[in-house]
Design a protein around this ligand. Structure first.
Ligand code: ZN
Ligand code: ZN
Length: 646
Protein backbone atom coordinates (compact mmCIF):
# COMPACT_ATOMS: atom_id res chain seq x y z
CA UNK A 1 0.00 0.00 0.00
CA UNK A 2 2.85 2.40 -0.73
CA UNK A 3 1.88 5.63 -2.47
CA UNK A 4 3.02 4.56 -5.89
CA UNK A 5 0.01 5.98 -7.69
CA UNK A 6 -1.42 2.60 -8.55
CA UNK A 7 -2.38 1.66 -5.03
CA UNK A 8 -5.81 1.42 -3.49
CA UNK A 9 -7.37 4.86 -3.01
CA UNK A 10 -6.63 6.38 0.36
CA UNK A 11 -9.67 5.58 2.56
CA UNK A 12 -10.34 9.10 3.74
CA UNK A 13 -9.58 12.47 2.23
CA UNK A 14 -11.31 15.75 3.25
CA UNK A 15 -13.27 17.92 0.85
CA UNK A 16 -11.16 21.04 0.23
CA UNK A 17 -12.59 24.35 1.44
CA UNK A 18 -12.63 27.43 -0.76
CA UNK A 19 -9.08 28.51 -1.57
CA UNK A 20 -7.63 25.91 0.80
CA UNK A 21 -3.99 25.16 0.04
CA UNK A 22 -2.81 21.65 -0.79
CA UNK A 23 -0.71 21.62 2.38
CA UNK A 24 -3.77 22.57 4.45
CA UNK A 25 -5.95 19.76 3.12
CA UNK A 26 -3.20 17.29 3.98
CA UNK A 27 -3.03 18.80 7.47
CA UNK A 28 -6.73 18.22 7.94
CA UNK A 29 -6.42 14.73 6.56
CA UNK A 30 -3.66 14.05 9.07
CA UNK A 31 -5.75 15.41 11.97
CA UNK A 32 -8.44 12.86 11.21
CA UNK A 33 -6.34 9.76 10.63
CA UNK A 34 -4.22 7.84 13.05
CA UNK A 35 -1.26 7.61 10.66
CA UNK A 36 2.05 9.17 11.60
CA UNK A 37 2.59 12.39 9.64
CA UNK A 38 5.56 11.24 7.64
CA UNK A 39 3.76 8.02 6.86
CA UNK A 40 0.72 9.93 5.68
CA UNK A 41 2.92 12.14 3.48
CA UNK A 42 4.53 9.08 2.00
CA UNK A 43 1.14 7.50 1.35
CA UNK A 44 -0.17 10.56 -0.48
CA UNK A 45 2.91 12.05 -2.10
CA UNK A 46 5.41 9.20 -2.25
CA UNK A 47 7.93 11.09 -0.07
CA UNK A 48 8.14 12.17 3.55
CA UNK A 49 8.82 15.90 3.57
CA UNK A 50 6.22 18.66 3.79
CA UNK A 51 8.55 21.32 2.30
CA UNK A 52 7.58 20.56 -1.34
CA UNK A 53 3.97 21.33 -0.39
CA UNK A 54 4.96 24.65 1.13
CA UNK A 55 6.90 25.84 -1.93
CA UNK A 56 5.40 28.72 -3.94
CA UNK A 57 3.84 26.06 -6.15
CA UNK A 58 3.22 22.63 -4.62
CA UNK A 59 4.62 19.48 -6.20
CA UNK A 60 3.49 15.85 -6.32
CA UNK A 61 -0.03 16.73 -7.50
CA UNK A 62 -0.34 13.69 -9.83
CA UNK A 63 0.56 11.41 -6.89
CA UNK A 64 -2.08 13.00 -4.66
CA UNK A 65 -4.70 12.84 -7.41
CA UNK A 66 -4.03 9.14 -7.89
CA UNK A 67 -4.56 8.40 -4.20
CA UNK A 68 -7.71 10.38 -3.35
CA UNK A 69 -10.97 8.39 -3.35
CA UNK A 70 -13.02 7.96 -6.51
CA UNK A 71 -15.34 10.89 -7.12
CA UNK A 72 -13.21 13.34 -5.12
CA UNK A 73 -12.70 16.58 -7.13
CA UNK A 74 -8.94 16.25 -6.69
CA UNK A 75 -8.87 13.24 -8.99
CA UNK A 76 -8.49 16.03 -11.58
CA UNK A 77 -5.12 17.75 -11.04
CA UNK A 78 -6.15 20.80 -13.08
CA UNK A 79 -8.83 21.49 -10.46
CA UNK A 80 -6.17 21.39 -7.74
CA UNK A 81 -4.00 23.77 -9.75
CA UNK A 82 -6.75 26.26 -10.59
CA UNK A 83 -8.59 26.33 -7.26
CA UNK A 84 -5.99 25.44 -4.64
CA UNK A 85 -2.58 26.75 -5.76
CA UNK A 86 -1.35 30.33 -6.25
CA UNK A 87 -0.65 29.69 -9.98
CA UNK A 88 -3.57 31.87 -11.21
CA UNK A 89 -1.94 34.78 -9.37
CA UNK A 90 1.49 34.27 -10.95
CA UNK A 91 0.06 33.94 -14.48
CA UNK A 92 -2.69 36.55 -14.19
CA UNK A 93 -1.07 39.01 -16.62
CA UNK A 94 -0.15 36.36 -19.22
CA UNK A 95 -2.09 35.72 -22.39
CA UNK A 96 -4.90 33.23 -22.01
CA UNK A 97 -3.25 30.47 -24.08
CA UNK A 98 -0.10 30.79 -21.97
CA UNK A 99 -2.09 30.62 -18.75
CA UNK A 100 -3.73 27.41 -19.91
CA UNK A 101 -0.35 25.92 -20.82
CA UNK A 102 0.97 26.69 -17.32
CA UNK A 103 -2.01 24.99 -15.71
CA UNK A 104 -1.43 21.83 -17.72
CA UNK A 105 2.30 21.84 -16.99
CA UNK A 106 1.90 22.18 -13.25
CA UNK A 107 -0.94 19.64 -13.23
CA UNK A 108 1.41 17.02 -14.69
CA UNK A 109 4.51 17.88 -12.68
CA UNK A 110 5.98 15.95 -9.78
CA UNK A 111 8.22 18.84 -8.83
CA UNK A 112 7.38 22.47 -9.40
CA UNK A 113 10.96 23.68 -9.24
CA UNK A 114 11.55 24.12 -13.02
CA UNK A 115 8.33 26.12 -13.35
CA UNK A 116 9.20 28.34 -10.45
CA UNK A 117 12.37 29.15 -12.33
CA UNK A 118 10.71 29.77 -15.69
CA UNK A 119 7.95 31.77 -14.03
CA UNK A 120 10.72 33.94 -12.61
CA UNK A 121 9.62 33.44 -9.02
CA UNK A 122 13.19 33.59 -7.76
CA UNK A 123 13.50 37.13 -9.18
CA UNK A 124 10.35 38.38 -7.44
CA UNK A 125 11.16 41.57 -5.51
CA UNK A 126 9.45 40.29 -2.39
CA UNK A 127 9.57 36.61 -1.50
CA UNK A 128 7.35 34.66 -3.90
CA UNK A 129 6.67 32.00 -1.31
CA UNK A 130 6.79 31.63 2.39
CA UNK A 131 8.18 28.46 3.97
CA UNK A 132 5.90 29.27 6.91
CA UNK A 133 2.21 29.05 6.02
CA UNK A 134 0.34 32.16 7.10
CA UNK A 135 -3.13 32.52 8.54
CA UNK A 136 -5.47 35.28 9.64
CA UNK A 137 -6.45 34.96 13.34
CA UNK A 138 -9.87 36.49 12.60
CA UNK A 139 -10.49 34.14 9.67
CA UNK A 140 -9.77 31.05 11.75
CA UNK A 141 -12.21 32.17 14.43
CA UNK A 142 -14.93 32.87 11.89
CA UNK A 143 -14.28 29.75 9.86
CA UNK A 144 -14.41 27.57 12.96
CA UNK A 145 -17.77 29.07 13.84
CA UNK A 146 -19.22 28.95 10.35
CA UNK A 147 -17.67 25.77 8.96
CA UNK A 148 -16.57 23.92 12.05
CA UNK A 149 -12.88 24.00 11.10
CA UNK A 150 -10.11 26.39 9.99
CA UNK A 151 -7.76 26.17 7.01
CA UNK A 152 -4.78 27.81 5.37
CA UNK A 153 -5.91 29.99 2.46
CA UNK A 154 -3.94 30.57 -0.71
CA UNK A 155 -4.91 34.26 -0.67
CA UNK A 156 -2.75 34.64 2.45
CA UNK A 157 0.33 33.00 0.94
CA UNK A 158 0.91 35.38 -2.01
CA UNK A 159 3.96 37.63 -2.52
CA UNK A 160 3.82 40.91 -0.64
CA UNK A 161 0.65 39.91 1.20
CA UNK A 162 0.87 40.47 4.94
CA UNK A 163 -2.75 41.38 5.68
CA UNK A 164 -6.03 39.52 5.35
CA UNK A 165 -7.96 40.75 2.32
CA UNK A 166 -11.22 40.35 4.24
CA UNK A 167 -10.40 41.49 7.76
CA UNK A 168 -7.32 43.64 7.12
CA UNK A 169 -5.77 41.83 10.12
CA UNK A 170 -2.01 41.29 10.04
CA UNK A 171 -1.35 37.67 9.14
CA UNK A 172 0.36 35.28 11.55
CA UNK A 173 2.78 32.50 10.69
CA UNK A 174 2.79 30.51 13.91
CA UNK A 175 2.62 30.83 17.66
CA UNK A 176 4.73 33.30 19.60
CA UNK A 177 5.43 30.55 22.19
CA UNK A 178 6.00 27.56 19.90
CA UNK A 179 7.56 29.27 16.87
CA UNK A 180 6.65 29.51 13.22
CA UNK A 181 4.75 26.87 11.26
CA UNK A 182 5.37 24.03 10.71
CA UNK A 183 6.19 23.66 14.39
CA UNK A 184 8.87 21.11 15.19
CA UNK A 185 7.28 17.69 15.54
CA UNK A 186 4.06 18.90 13.90
CA UNK A 187 4.79 18.83 10.19
CA UNK A 188 1.08 18.88 9.40
CA UNK A 189 -0.49 21.26 11.90
CA UNK A 190 -3.71 23.12 11.37
CA UNK A 191 -3.85 26.93 11.53
CA UNK A 192 -4.17 28.23 15.08
CA UNK A 193 -3.05 24.88 16.53
CA UNK A 194 0.21 24.43 18.40
CA UNK A 195 1.55 22.88 21.57
CA UNK A 196 -0.09 25.49 23.84
CA UNK A 197 -3.21 24.19 25.54
CA UNK A 198 -5.05 27.48 25.00
CA UNK A 199 -4.29 27.54 21.28
CA UNK A 200 -1.67 29.61 19.49
CA UNK A 201 -0.99 33.23 20.31
CA UNK A 202 -0.52 34.61 16.80
CA UNK A 203 3.05 35.29 15.75
CA UNK A 204 2.92 38.24 13.28
CA UNK A 205 4.33 37.44 9.85
CA UNK A 206 6.30 40.68 9.71
CA UNK A 207 8.04 42.75 12.32
CA UNK A 208 9.07 45.77 10.26
CA UNK A 209 5.72 46.51 8.66
CA UNK A 210 5.39 50.03 7.18
CA UNK A 211 3.45 52.63 9.15
CA UNK A 212 0.94 53.17 6.37
CA UNK A 213 -0.96 49.90 6.05
CA UNK A 214 -3.59 50.98 3.50
CA UNK A 215 -1.35 50.12 0.50
CA UNK A 216 -0.69 46.69 2.01
CA UNK A 217 -4.39 45.98 2.35
CA UNK A 218 -4.88 47.20 -1.23
CA UNK A 219 -2.19 44.80 -2.45
CA UNK A 220 -3.77 41.93 -0.49
CA UNK A 221 -7.17 42.65 -2.08
CA UNK A 222 -5.77 42.78 -5.61
CA UNK A 223 -3.80 39.58 -5.01
CA UNK A 224 -6.94 37.80 -3.77
CA UNK A 225 -8.82 39.07 -6.82
CA UNK A 226 -6.09 37.74 -9.11
CA UNK A 227 -5.78 34.30 -7.58
CA UNK A 228 -9.54 33.80 -7.77
CA UNK A 229 -9.83 35.04 -11.33
CA UNK A 230 -9.24 33.20 -14.57
CA UNK A 231 -6.85 35.95 -15.66
CA UNK A 232 -6.84 39.32 -17.32
CA UNK A 233 -8.84 40.00 -20.48
CA UNK A 234 -6.06 42.31 -21.58
CA UNK A 235 -3.96 40.98 -24.42
CA UNK A 236 -0.73 42.79 -23.67
CA UNK A 237 -0.29 44.17 -20.17
CA UNK A 238 2.77 46.30 -20.93
CA UNK A 239 1.05 47.94 -23.88
CA UNK A 240 -2.16 48.54 -21.93
CA UNK A 241 -0.29 50.15 -19.03
CA UNK A 242 1.89 52.14 -21.42
CA UNK A 243 -1.18 53.55 -23.15
CA UNK A 244 -2.83 54.35 -19.82
CA UNK A 245 0.33 56.14 -18.67
CA UNK A 246 0.47 58.15 -21.90
CA UNK A 247 -3.18 59.09 -21.50
CA UNK A 248 -2.23 60.49 -18.10
CA UNK A 249 0.45 62.54 -19.91
CA UNK A 250 3.18 60.58 -18.20
CA UNK A 251 5.05 60.40 -21.46
CA UNK A 252 7.34 62.17 -23.86
CA UNK A 253 6.00 61.49 -27.33
CA UNK A 254 5.17 57.82 -27.55
CA UNK A 255 7.50 56.88 -24.68
CA UNK A 256 6.64 56.68 -21.04
CA UNK A 257 8.66 59.09 -18.92
CA UNK A 258 10.21 56.96 -16.13
CA UNK A 259 10.49 59.93 -13.79
CA UNK A 260 6.78 60.68 -13.96
CA UNK A 261 5.97 56.98 -13.63
CA UNK A 262 8.19 56.70 -10.54
CA UNK A 263 6.57 59.79 -9.06
CA UNK A 264 3.13 58.35 -9.75
CA UNK A 265 3.91 55.15 -7.90
CA UNK A 266 5.54 56.97 -5.03
CA UNK A 267 2.48 59.21 -4.64
CA UNK A 268 0.20 56.20 -4.57
CA UNK A 269 2.12 53.81 -2.31
CA UNK A 270 4.69 55.93 -0.49
CA UNK A 271 8.44 55.42 -0.46
CA UNK A 272 8.41 53.30 2.68
CA UNK A 273 6.03 50.69 1.27
CA UNK A 274 7.88 50.48 -2.06
CA UNK A 275 11.21 49.94 -0.32
CA UNK A 276 9.72 47.45 2.08
CA UNK A 277 8.32 45.49 -0.89
CA UNK A 278 11.81 45.35 -2.39
CA UNK A 279 10.74 47.53 -5.32
CA UNK A 280 12.11 51.04 -4.67
CA UNK A 281 11.35 53.34 -7.60
CA UNK A 282 14.54 55.43 -7.24
CA UNK A 283 18.20 54.47 -7.24
CA UNK A 284 20.61 57.31 -6.52
CA UNK A 285 18.05 59.91 -7.47
CA UNK A 286 17.24 58.33 -10.85
CA UNK A 287 14.24 56.14 -11.71
CA UNK A 288 15.16 52.54 -10.83
CA UNK A 289 16.07 50.14 -13.64
CA UNK A 290 12.83 48.21 -13.34
CA UNK A 291 10.80 51.44 -13.68
CA UNK A 292 12.71 52.32 -16.84
CA UNK A 293 12.33 48.86 -18.37
CA UNK A 294 8.94 47.52 -17.34
CA UNK A 295 6.78 49.28 -19.94
CA UNK A 296 9.40 49.71 -22.64
CA UNK A 297 8.31 48.57 -26.12
CA UNK A 298 9.66 45.17 -27.04
CA UNK A 299 10.51 44.27 -23.44
CA UNK A 300 7.88 41.49 -23.60
CA UNK A 301 10.35 39.30 -25.42
CA UNK A 302 13.10 39.56 -22.85
CA UNK A 303 11.89 38.23 -19.56
CA UNK A 304 8.87 37.84 -17.38
CA UNK A 305 8.27 40.53 -14.81
CA UNK A 306 6.83 39.93 -11.38
CA UNK A 307 3.07 40.54 -11.09
CA UNK A 308 3.88 42.74 -8.07
CA UNK A 309 5.60 45.26 -10.35
CA UNK A 310 2.66 45.39 -12.75
CA UNK A 311 0.36 45.84 -9.77
CA UNK A 312 2.39 48.81 -8.55
CA UNK A 313 2.14 50.57 -11.93
CA UNK A 314 -1.51 49.62 -12.23
CA UNK A 315 -2.23 50.96 -8.75
CA UNK A 316 -0.77 54.32 -9.72
CA UNK A 317 -3.10 54.50 -12.74
CA UNK A 318 -6.31 52.84 -11.57
CA UNK A 319 -8.24 52.46 -8.34
CA UNK A 320 -8.25 48.69 -8.61
CA UNK A 321 -7.71 45.74 -10.92
CA UNK A 322 -11.45 45.60 -11.53
CA UNK A 323 -11.42 49.16 -12.79
CA UNK A 324 -8.45 48.36 -15.02
CA UNK A 325 -10.25 45.31 -16.41
CA UNK A 326 -13.35 47.33 -17.12
CA UNK A 327 -11.34 50.01 -18.88
CA UNK A 328 -9.55 47.52 -21.13
CA UNK A 329 -12.46 45.17 -21.70
CA UNK A 330 -14.16 46.99 -24.56
CA UNK A 331 -11.10 46.98 -26.73
CA UNK A 332 -10.61 43.28 -26.05
CA UNK A 333 -14.21 42.48 -26.92
CA UNK A 334 -13.75 42.26 -30.66
CA UNK A 335 -12.11 39.03 -31.77
CA UNK A 336 -8.81 39.82 -33.48
CA UNK A 337 -9.69 38.08 -36.75
CA UNK A 338 -12.58 40.45 -37.30
CA UNK A 339 -10.61 43.67 -37.44
CA UNK A 340 -10.78 45.40 -40.83
CA UNK A 341 -7.75 44.83 -43.03
CA UNK A 342 -5.99 47.97 -44.10
CA UNK A 343 -7.08 49.07 -47.58
CA UNK A 344 -4.73 51.95 -48.04
CA UNK A 345 -2.19 50.28 -50.32
CA UNK A 346 -2.59 51.29 -53.98
CA UNK A 347 -2.43 48.48 -56.47
CA UNK A 348 0.47 48.92 -58.89
CA UNK A 349 -0.56 49.88 -62.40
CA UNK A 350 -0.15 47.04 -64.89
CA UNK A 351 2.40 47.70 -67.70
CA UNK A 352 -0.31 47.49 -70.41
CA UNK A 353 -2.45 50.16 -68.80
CA UNK A 354 -1.17 52.98 -71.03
CA UNK A 355 -1.63 50.91 -74.16
CA UNK A 356 -5.21 50.20 -73.07
CA UNK A 357 -5.93 53.90 -72.61
CA UNK A 358 -4.51 54.69 -76.04
CA UNK A 359 -6.64 52.03 -77.74
CA UNK A 360 -9.78 53.17 -75.90
CA UNK A 361 -9.18 56.75 -77.06
CA UNK A 362 -8.66 55.58 -80.63
CA UNK A 363 -12.03 53.81 -80.41
CA UNK A 364 -11.27 51.55 -83.38
CA UNK A 365 -12.29 48.30 -81.71
CA UNK A 366 -14.44 47.04 -78.81
CA UNK A 367 -13.22 45.65 -75.48
CA UNK A 368 -12.80 42.03 -76.68
CA UNK A 369 -10.66 43.28 -79.56
CA UNK A 370 -8.53 45.44 -77.26
CA UNK A 371 -8.05 42.53 -74.85
CA UNK A 372 -6.85 40.38 -77.72
CA UNK A 373 -4.44 43.07 -78.96
CA UNK A 374 -2.71 43.56 -75.61
CA UNK A 375 -2.92 39.86 -74.65
CA UNK A 376 -4.85 40.22 -71.36
CA UNK A 377 -8.15 38.54 -70.38
CA UNK A 378 -11.23 40.74 -70.90
CA UNK A 379 -12.17 40.77 -67.22
CA UNK A 380 -8.77 42.27 -66.33
CA UNK A 381 -9.26 44.96 -68.94
CA UNK A 382 -12.69 45.76 -67.46
CA UNK A 383 -11.23 45.97 -63.92
CA UNK A 384 -8.60 48.42 -65.08
CA UNK A 385 -11.20 50.55 -66.89
CA UNK A 386 -13.35 50.66 -63.73
CA UNK A 387 -10.42 51.51 -61.56
CA UNK A 388 -9.61 54.61 -63.60
CA UNK A 389 -13.24 55.55 -64.20
CA UNK A 390 -12.55 55.61 -67.97
CA UNK A 391 -15.54 55.77 -70.23
CA UNK A 392 -16.11 53.08 -72.86
CA UNK A 393 -18.77 54.45 -75.21
CA UNK A 394 -21.59 52.11 -76.11
CA UNK A 395 -21.30 51.19 -79.76
CA UNK A 396 -24.18 52.42 -81.99
CA UNK A 397 -25.05 48.79 -82.76
CA UNK A 398 -25.50 47.85 -79.10
CA UNK A 399 -27.40 51.07 -78.43
CA UNK A 400 -29.77 50.30 -81.22
CA UNK A 401 -30.18 46.67 -80.22
CA UNK A 402 -31.13 47.43 -76.58
CA UNK A 403 -32.94 50.70 -77.13
CA UNK A 404 -32.37 54.08 -75.39
CA UNK A 405 -35.37 53.78 -73.09
CA UNK A 406 -34.27 50.40 -71.75
CA UNK A 407 -30.70 51.66 -71.33
CA UNK A 408 -31.89 54.59 -69.22
CA UNK A 409 -34.04 52.29 -67.08
CA UNK A 410 -31.17 49.84 -66.55
CA UNK A 411 -28.85 52.70 -65.53
CA UNK A 412 -31.45 53.87 -63.03
CA UNK A 413 -31.72 50.39 -61.53
CA UNK A 414 -27.93 50.13 -61.26
CA UNK A 415 -27.79 53.49 -59.52
CA UNK A 416 -30.26 52.35 -56.90
CA UNK A 417 -28.35 49.12 -56.28
CA UNK A 418 -30.82 46.60 -57.72
CA UNK A 419 -29.02 43.28 -57.97
CA UNK A 420 -27.53 42.62 -61.41
CA UNK A 421 -29.22 39.24 -61.71
CA UNK A 422 -32.58 40.93 -61.07
CA UNK A 423 -31.89 43.56 -63.74
CA UNK A 424 -30.92 40.91 -66.26
CA UNK A 425 -34.16 39.09 -65.64
CA UNK A 426 -36.26 42.21 -65.71
CA UNK A 427 -34.94 43.49 -69.07
CA UNK A 428 -33.96 40.18 -70.67
CA UNK A 429 -30.42 41.36 -71.28
CA UNK A 430 -27.09 39.55 -71.04
CA UNK A 431 -24.46 40.15 -68.42
CA UNK A 432 -22.14 41.43 -71.12
CA UNK A 433 -24.66 44.03 -72.23
CA UNK A 434 -25.07 45.10 -68.63
CA UNK A 435 -21.29 45.56 -68.29
CA UNK A 436 -21.16 47.63 -71.46
CA UNK A 437 -23.99 49.86 -70.24
CA UNK A 438 -22.26 50.30 -66.91
CA UNK A 439 -18.93 51.24 -68.54
CA UNK A 440 -20.71 53.82 -70.70
CA UNK A 441 -21.16 55.96 -67.59
CA UNK A 442 -18.11 56.18 -65.32
CA UNK A 443 -19.15 56.43 -61.70
CA UNK A 444 -22.17 54.24 -62.26
CA UNK A 445 -20.30 51.24 -60.90
CA UNK A 446 -19.33 53.15 -57.77
CA UNK A 447 -22.96 54.20 -57.29
CA UNK A 448 -24.10 50.65 -57.79
CA UNK A 449 -21.64 49.31 -55.23
CA UNK A 450 -22.43 51.99 -52.69
CA UNK A 451 -26.15 51.35 -53.03
CA UNK A 452 -25.49 47.63 -52.90
CA UNK A 453 -23.53 48.06 -49.69
CA UNK A 454 -26.34 50.05 -48.18
CA UNK A 455 -28.92 47.47 -49.11
CA UNK A 456 -26.70 44.67 -47.74
CA UNK A 457 -26.31 46.67 -44.57
CA UNK A 458 -30.04 47.23 -44.41
CA UNK A 459 -30.54 43.50 -44.98
CA UNK A 460 -28.17 42.63 -42.13
CA UNK A 461 -29.79 45.17 -39.86
CA UNK A 462 -33.21 43.76 -40.66
CA UNK A 463 -32.05 40.22 -39.95
CA UNK A 464 -30.63 41.27 -36.59
CA UNK A 465 -33.81 43.15 -35.72
CA UNK A 466 -35.90 40.13 -36.60
CA UNK A 467 -33.66 37.93 -34.47
CA UNK A 468 -33.81 40.33 -31.52
CA UNK A 469 -37.58 40.55 -31.83
CA UNK A 470 -37.74 36.85 -31.00
CA UNK A 471 -34.87 36.90 -28.48
CA UNK A 472 -34.88 40.36 -26.91
CA UNK A 473 -32.24 39.42 -24.32
CA UNK A 474 -29.70 37.87 -26.69
CA UNK A 475 -26.08 38.88 -26.12
CA UNK A 476 -23.52 39.77 -28.78
CA UNK A 477 -22.03 36.34 -28.52
CA UNK A 478 -25.48 34.76 -28.98
CA UNK A 479 -25.70 36.67 -32.27
CA UNK A 480 -22.23 35.50 -33.20
CA UNK A 481 -23.30 31.90 -32.77
CA UNK A 482 -26.75 32.15 -34.33
CA UNK A 483 -26.04 34.52 -37.27
CA UNK A 484 -22.28 34.38 -37.91
CA UNK A 485 -22.47 36.10 -41.30
CA UNK A 486 -24.62 38.95 -40.04
CA UNK A 487 -22.42 39.28 -36.97
CA UNK A 488 -19.22 39.50 -39.02
CA UNK A 489 -20.69 42.08 -41.36
CA UNK A 490 -22.12 44.21 -38.57
CA UNK A 491 -19.06 44.16 -36.36
CA UNK A 492 -16.68 45.05 -39.19
CA UNK A 493 -18.83 47.52 -41.11
CA UNK A 494 -21.63 48.68 -38.88
CA UNK A 495 -20.22 48.34 -35.39
CA UNK A 496 -21.69 51.43 -33.76
CA UNK A 497 -25.20 50.63 -34.84
CA UNK A 498 -24.73 47.01 -33.75
CA UNK A 499 -23.47 48.01 -30.31
CA UNK A 500 -26.41 50.34 -29.89
CA UNK A 501 -28.80 47.44 -30.48
CA UNK A 502 -27.04 45.25 -27.89
CA UNK A 503 -25.48 47.80 -25.58
CA UNK A 504 -23.42 45.71 -23.25
CA UNK A 505 -22.60 42.06 -23.15
CA UNK A 506 -22.65 41.86 -19.36
CA UNK A 507 -25.83 43.80 -18.84
CA UNK A 508 -27.56 41.64 -21.41
CA UNK A 509 -26.19 38.48 -19.87
CA UNK A 510 -27.54 39.39 -16.46
CA UNK A 511 -30.94 40.13 -17.98
CA UNK A 512 -31.05 36.73 -19.66
CA UNK A 513 -30.27 34.92 -16.49
CA UNK A 514 -32.91 36.86 -14.64
CA UNK A 515 -35.55 35.79 -17.09
CA UNK A 516 -34.51 32.17 -17.25
CA UNK A 517 -34.38 31.43 -13.54
CA UNK A 518 -37.23 32.08 -11.17
CA UNK A 519 -34.99 33.26 -8.35
CA UNK A 520 -37.77 34.38 -6.06
CA UNK A 521 -39.57 31.04 -6.35
CA UNK A 522 -36.39 29.05 -5.76
CA UNK A 523 -35.56 31.23 -2.77
CA UNK A 524 -38.99 30.64 -1.19
CA UNK A 525 -38.89 26.91 -1.74
CA UNK A 526 -35.29 26.53 -0.57
CA UNK A 527 -35.90 28.67 2.52
CA UNK A 528 -38.61 26.24 3.61
CA UNK A 529 -36.32 23.30 2.89
CA UNK A 530 -33.41 24.88 4.78
CA UNK A 531 -35.72 25.56 7.71
CA UNK A 532 -36.81 21.94 7.96
CA UNK A 533 -33.18 20.77 7.70
CA UNK A 534 -32.43 22.96 10.73
CA UNK A 535 -35.44 21.41 12.52
CA UNK A 536 -34.06 17.94 11.91
CA UNK A 537 -30.44 18.79 12.76
CA UNK A 538 -31.32 20.66 15.95
CA UNK A 539 -33.94 18.15 17.11
CA UNK A 540 -33.24 16.64 20.55
CA UNK A 541 -32.43 12.95 20.63
CA UNK A 542 -30.11 12.64 17.65
CA UNK A 543 -26.36 12.85 18.19
CA UNK A 544 -25.54 16.52 17.54
CA UNK A 545 -23.77 17.65 14.38
CA UNK A 546 -23.00 21.36 14.17
CA UNK A 547 -25.69 23.02 12.07
CA UNK A 548 -23.39 25.38 10.18
CA UNK A 549 -24.38 27.35 7.09
CA UNK A 550 -22.24 25.10 4.95
CA UNK A 551 -23.62 21.86 6.35
CA UNK A 552 -27.21 22.98 5.88
CA UNK A 553 -26.65 24.43 2.42
CA UNK A 554 -24.96 21.24 1.30
CA UNK A 555 -27.83 19.15 2.61
CA UNK A 556 -30.24 21.41 0.71
CA UNK A 557 -28.17 21.01 -2.47
CA UNK A 558 -27.77 24.75 -2.54
CA UNK A 559 -24.17 25.25 -1.52
CA UNK A 560 -22.60 26.29 -4.81
CA UNK A 561 -25.58 28.27 -6.05
CA UNK A 562 -25.86 30.18 -2.79
CA UNK A 563 -22.13 30.86 -2.64
CA UNK A 564 -22.11 32.21 -6.18
CA UNK A 565 -25.14 34.41 -5.71
CA UNK A 566 -26.05 34.99 -2.06
CA UNK A 567 -28.03 38.12 -2.94
CA UNK A 568 -30.52 36.04 -4.89
CA UNK A 569 -31.55 34.18 -1.75
CA UNK A 570 -32.74 36.77 0.78
CA UNK A 571 -35.17 34.36 2.48
CA UNK A 572 -32.62 31.54 2.70
CA UNK A 573 -30.13 34.05 4.05
CA UNK A 574 -32.59 35.13 6.75
CA UNK A 575 -33.14 31.55 7.91
CA UNK A 576 -29.38 30.89 7.89
CA UNK A 577 -28.59 34.01 9.88
CA UNK A 578 -31.27 33.24 12.43
CA UNK A 579 -30.67 29.55 12.91
CA UNK A 580 -27.11 28.52 12.05
CA UNK A 581 -25.28 27.34 15.08
CA UNK A 582 -22.18 28.97 16.51
CA UNK A 583 -19.52 26.67 17.89
CA UNK A 584 -20.34 27.59 21.48
CA UNK A 585 -24.03 26.76 21.03
CA UNK A 586 -23.11 23.50 19.37
CA UNK A 587 -20.80 22.60 22.24
CA UNK A 588 -23.60 23.18 24.72
CA UNK A 589 -25.92 20.97 22.70
CA UNK A 590 -23.27 18.25 22.57
CA UNK A 591 -22.82 18.42 26.33
CA UNK A 592 -26.57 18.35 26.94
CA UNK A 593 -26.97 15.36 24.69
CA UNK A 594 -24.12 13.46 26.35
CA UNK A 595 -25.35 14.30 29.88
CA UNK A 596 -28.78 12.97 28.94
CA UNK A 597 -27.29 9.75 27.58
CA UNK A 598 -25.28 9.24 30.76
CA UNK A 599 -28.17 10.13 33.04
CA UNK A 600 -30.49 7.66 31.39
CA UNK A 601 -27.83 4.98 31.70
CA UNK A 602 -27.54 5.92 35.36
CA UNK A 603 -23.91 6.96 35.06
CA UNK A 604 -22.64 9.87 37.17
CA UNK A 605 -21.04 12.77 35.26
CA UNK A 606 -17.24 12.81 35.22
CA UNK A 607 -14.93 14.64 32.89
CA UNK A 608 -13.37 11.52 31.48
CA UNK A 609 -16.61 9.77 30.63
CA UNK A 610 -18.35 12.93 29.43
CA UNK A 611 -15.49 13.78 27.10
CA UNK A 612 -15.78 10.38 25.42
CA UNK A 613 -19.56 10.32 25.11
CA UNK A 614 -19.75 13.89 23.83
CA UNK A 615 -16.64 13.65 21.67
CA UNK A 616 -15.34 16.93 23.07
CA UNK A 617 -11.73 17.51 24.23
CA UNK A 618 -11.37 17.54 28.02
CA UNK A 619 -9.83 21.01 28.05
CA UNK A 620 -12.91 22.50 26.43
CA UNK A 621 -15.11 20.88 29.10
CA UNK A 622 -12.85 22.10 31.90
CA UNK A 623 -13.09 25.65 30.51
CA UNK A 624 -16.87 25.35 30.59
CA UNK A 625 -17.21 23.86 34.05
CA UNK A 626 -20.16 26.08 35.02
CA UNK A 627 -22.08 25.26 31.89
CA UNK A 628 -21.62 21.51 32.41
CA UNK A 629 -22.80 21.74 36.03
CA UNK A 630 -25.80 23.84 35.07
CA UNK A 631 -26.85 21.46 32.29
CA UNK A 632 -26.42 18.44 34.61
CA UNK A 633 -28.59 20.07 37.27
CA UNK A 634 -31.28 20.90 34.73
CA UNK A 635 -31.40 17.27 33.70
CA UNK A 636 -31.21 15.94 37.24
CA UNK A 637 -28.03 14.04 36.36
CA UNK A 638 -25.79 12.98 39.21
CA UNK A 639 -22.25 14.33 39.28
CA UNK A 640 -19.44 11.99 40.23
CA UNK A 641 -18.39 13.10 43.71
CA UNK A 642 -14.67 12.79 43.00
CA UNK A 643 -14.79 14.46 39.61
CA UNK A 644 -13.65 17.91 38.53
CA UNK A 645 -17.31 19.02 38.46
CA UNK A 646 -18.05 18.07 42.04
ZN1 ZN B 1 -9.18 37.14 7.75
ZN1 ZN C 1 1.89 27.75 20.99
Amino acid sequence: MRGDGNGVPFPFFPQPAKGETVYSVLCRCSARTALHESHLLEELTGQRRCAPLLAALPGYLPKIAARVPQGHPWRDTTIIVRDHTPLPYFTYFDRQSEREAWVRKLADAMTSHPFSLSLGLSRSPCQASTPHPRYCPTCIKEDREMEGFAWFKREHQLPGVTACWIHETTLALGCSQCGSYPIKGMALGMPGKCCCSQGASPLPCTTNQPVRTEPLVWLARQAAFMVNSSGTSCDNIRKALREAALERSWGRGSLVDPTRLANGMENRFGREVLEWLGAPVWTEGRPAAWVRRLLRKGSEAHRRSSPVLFLLVLGALYDSLEEFEEATENSANIPVGLRLPSTSEELPRPPWSEELFRLLEAGTCGLPGIAKRIGVPVYKVIDEVRRHHWRVLLSPQTRKKIGDEKIAAIKEDLRSGVKKTAIMQRYCCSEWALTLIELDEPGLNACYRKAGKQSTQQGNRTRLEQYLAIRPTATRSDVMKALPGVYDALITKDKEWFYRQIPDKRVAAIKTRKERVDWAGTDRQKAAEVSSIFDRMLAPGVKPVQATETAVLKKAGLWTRYRNNPKKFPLVNKVLKKRSELYEQFLQRQVAWAVKQMASAGEPISINKLRRVAGVPAQLLRDRKDMVIKVSREMNAAINGRSFFA
